[in-house]
Design a protein around this ligand. Structure first.
Ligand SMILES: Cc1cc2nc3c(=O)[nH]c(=O)nc-3n(C[C@H](O)[C@H](O)[C@H](O)COP(=O)(O)OP(=O)(O)OC[C@H]3O[C@@H](n4cnc5c(N)ncnc54)[C@H](O)[C@@H]3O)c2cc1C
Ligand code: FES
Length: 340
């Protein structure tokens, strides 16, 4: 059955069948609404439904007095014509739909215990445009896929870099990665994700990263260097031990090359010789910025860190929901299962 989705207060409307998600249909119609995991977990795609009914496999909050309710568009399928109000909506110029490409391993390097930096190159003459903060799916034999953020600047569109955390038994990070040699091929589908911070926005941008959540942050900051962003950029980077703060030369370079950049490494289990900040990244950022109403935040890494930052910043520190962007590194095995 085919329904019509109307975007409230706009002339955007698009068809959506009963068995596709509102996010998929919006993308097919060339509209961008914020999203990350596509699994009903990260709540990046959450918006309002003000008319009509949906079926949802993600969490949906109870209806407000006027009948409006919150929905996760990546996990919602229409059951009638619906009117939606995403947090943002735009019609991008010149950015294509995700497409498959075969890339070859150029370099592979262990940069921290359990973290590999992988450089991939596209075939000669082929470029795949992406935006800082987006991610790719690695397509595995047998049909499985694993999501990884691009870690390089979009300006280097002849290839991609990834920071891969090894998970014991991981279909990609253990079974495939260990055997990859320079020249080996990997099938990718990209780009995905719509959480790009805007370099022209004058507000300070607070970046939070734990573990390999450093990858999309590196891409954003490389882009900031290349495009000479003037907005203040503050990076809180968390790990347990100093080793977790891999590629330390990157923040040092950003400090030299960006106009207004502050770097705050935070360790949760440091040894006594550590003289820097300790504890959790969201708590450290909230101590330094107790009033967040004039900021934007981008958080990437463990789902627990992202959830804690979202909860604390929006509920206790005045950050508007619309100014919190996130990529939660959700395991491929996890998907939202709560019925609406
Ligand atoms: C938008 C997005 C971007 C991402 N970007 C990156 C990135 O740049 N770098 C990166 O390293 N990861 C990233 N991830 C996370 C990555 O896709 C998953 O961790 C993926 O499941 C790893 O695949 P695997 O083959 O290593 O392990 P799998 O075969 O998926 O799982 C093997 C075992 O490890 C466990 N496991 C897997 N991932 C995790 C996890 N994150 N936390 C705890 N346990 C886990 C599983 O539950 C399972 O028991 C991203 C995820 C998303 C949604
Ligand atoms: S993109 Fe919909 S919940 Fe993550």
């Amino acid at each position: 059955m085919q329904w019509t989705v109307q975007v409230a207060h706009s002339d955007h409307r698009f068809p959506c069948s009963s068995n596709e998600t509102i996010l998929e249909a919006a993308q097919r119609a060339g509209l961008e609404i914020p999203y990350s995991c596509r699994k009903g977990v990260c709540i990046t795609c959450q918006g309002k439904v003000s008319a009509g009914s949906i079926e949802s496999s993600g969490t949906v909050r109870s209806a407000e007095k006027d009948g409006t309710f919150d929905a996760l568009f990546c996990a919602s399928r229409p059951r009638s014509d619906v009117t939606i109000a995403p947090r943002r909506v735009s019609r991008p110029l010149g950015m294509g739909q995700p497409r498959e490409v075969t890339a070859r391993v150029f370099r592979k390097q262990l940069v921290a215990p359990g973290v590999t930096q992988l450089h991939l190159r596209f075939p000669i003459g082929q470029r795949v445009a992406f935006k800082a903060g987006q991610y790719m799916d690695v397509l595995l034999p047998g049909g499985e896929r694993r999501s990884y953020s691009m870690a390089n600047s979009p300006a280097e569109a002849d290839g991609v870099q990834m920071h891969v955390r090894m998970h014991p038994g991981g279909a990609f990070s253990d079974a495939v990665l260990a055997g990859l040699q320079p020249g080996d091929a990997l099938r990718l589908k990209m780009p995905y994700g719509e959480v790009e911070p805007d370099g022209r926005d004058p507000r300070p941008l607070l970046l939070l990263a734990t573990g390999t959540g450093f990858a999309p942050v590196a891409s954003i900051l490389e882009e900031a260097v290349r495009r000479r962003w003037a907005r203040p950029l503050i990076l809180y980077r968390g790990g347990r031990q100093p080793d977790d703060l891999y590629l330390p030369e990157f923040p040092a370079r950003w400090a030299r090359r960006l106009r207004d950049f502050r770097y705050v490494p935070v360790l949760s289990q440091p040894d006594p010789s550590w003289t820097g900040r300790t504890g959790r990244v969201p708590a450290a950022a909230a101590t330094d910025y107790p009033v967040m109403s004039g900021l934007q935040v981008y958080a990437s890494g463990s789902p627990a860190m992202v959830a804690s930052a979202r909860e604390s910043f929006t509920k206790l520190h005045g950050l508007p929901e619309a100014d919190f962007f996130a990529d939660a590194f959700i395991p491929s095995t996890q998907a939202g299962a709560e019925a609406a």
